[in-house]
Design a protein around this ligand. Structure first.
Ligand code: PMH
Length: 385
């Protein structure tokens, strides 16, 4: 299924040893009965869902989570047999597809179950996790009444297996804990009204797992920290173990030329050479997710920070070089060259966003190379699939 070739000089490298180390660190940080649910939605936060899922499971994660049923089905199609939870909303008419593929869905209202039972074949059972909205205001039941209606449906039918109950915190990554504590208390209140407690109870994302493992019950939904990124800048000082950043983004110079004083560069001719200078063209642009806001920012070429000059185009951008450099010289947009590093956090700050958004938005057009022990073990070029 995976295309192993690519024909352009731009790629993402994903160091799977970093993912493995981050999963192992969280497992060590938790108590032995607590499980890790590896969150691989959005193509593994842009890293590659199948490859991250495999390495997370090899490293001791016991469960996977995605946002949508399609993502879960894609993991199944790639031979991943581990339990998978769909965290987002699914349609009741798709319940049988989920049941057939042993994919667990998130449920938060009784009518959904009644509707879904019309679609689930008699020999199938849908496994689901009940979502409690303790204050995120996104998905979930908010009252005891809604919970009892759900139990009424499952007790009167044979189509459903309640495997888990969970909630999601809105502020676990903030130093001010007041809202977090409110949510924790509300979750406990509603949890205590369940007639039976399912096998899995989980509240925690990375921030909660890192800071309050004792408040995550028996599983942590590990996302951002598995990719080696801190859940927030505020939390940087209080991360209990080192996180290893797995994602880097590279390209190459495909054209190098000397500009004369007064020559202009790119759309709008917004950049003018003040003196004679060397300029390189790099084949990455906003259609890859490297958006126009990067104009004026730095990339690494031969270990030196070089400015992106002129507007970022759809498929290309230009950088000012310290000297004439050969075609094929590597350009690192995220990652390390010699003694210089451009981290995802630096890029996020430049874009006035959070680190989560940066790898997620480097899209399918950029092939992913997967490394273990610094050797390439797989290449995934979605565009040729
Ligand atoms: N559980 C749920 C329900 C989530 O939505 C997320 C991340 C996680 C766990 C993992 O969180 P972490 O990456 O902080 O560990 N969801 C999102 C989101 O919807 N927007 O940004 C992150």
């Amino acid at each position: 299924m995976t295309s192993t070739s690519f024909y352009r000089d731009t790629w993402v490298e994903v160091d799977l040893d970093c993912i493995a180390a981050n999963v192992c660190s969280m497992i060590k940080h938790l108590s032995p009965e607590q499980k890790v649910i590896a969150v691989v939605k959005a193509n593994g936060y842009g890293h590659g869902d199948v490859q991250v899922a495999r390495v997370a499971l090899e490293s001791g994660a016991q469960y996977l989570a995605v946002a949508f049923l399609d993502e879960a089905l894609s993991l199944r199609k790639h031979g991943i047999g581990a339990p998978i939870l769909v965290l987002g909303a699914s349609r009741p008419e798709d319940a049988n597809v989920a049941a057939e593929h042993q994919i667990s869905l998130t449920v938060y209202n009784a009518e959904w179950l009644i509707e879904a039972s019309k679609y689930i074949k008699d020999d199938k059972k849908l496994t689901f996790h009940l979502k409690i909205d303790s204050g995120m205001g996104r998905l979930g039941v908010r009252s005891e009444q809604e919970i009892s209606e759900i139990f009424e449906v499952i007790e009167n039918g044979s189509h459903f297996h309640l495997e888990g109950v969970f909630t999601h915190f809105a502020t676990a990554d903030e130093l001010d804990l007041s809202y977090f504590i409110k949510q924790f208390e509300r979750f406990n209140e509603l949890l205590s009204t369940l007639p039976v407690r399912p096998e899995l109870v989980h509240t925690g994302n990375s921030a909660t797992g890192l800071r309050f493992p004792e408040k995550t019950f028996n599983a942590v939904r590990l996302g951002i920290a598995m990719y080696g990124l801190t859940p927030s800048m505020e939390m940087k000082e209080i991360i209990p173990y080192p996180l290893k950043e797995a994602f880097s983004l590279h390209s190459k110079l495909v054209h190098v030329k000397k500009l004369a004083k007064g020559d202009k560069v790119s759309y709008g001719a917004t950049y003018t050479a003040e003196v004679e200078e060397w300029v390189g063209t790099v084949p990455i642009g906003y259609a890859d997710g490297w958006i126009r806001k990067h104009q004026g920012a730095e990339v690494l070429v031969s270990g030196v920070r070089c400015e992106i000059i002129g507007r970022v185009c759809m498929d290309q951008l230009m950088v000012r070089l310290p000297k004439k450099l050969p075609i094929g010289t590597q350009v690192t947009l995220i990652g390390t060259q010699e003694n210089e590093t451009i981290s995802i956090d630096e890029v996020a700050a430049r874009l006035e966003t959070i680190n989560y958004e940066v790898p997620c938005t480097i899209n399918f057009r950029v092939p992913r190379i997967f490394l273990k022990k610094q050797s390439i073990i797989e290449v995934r070029n979605t565009i040729l699939l």
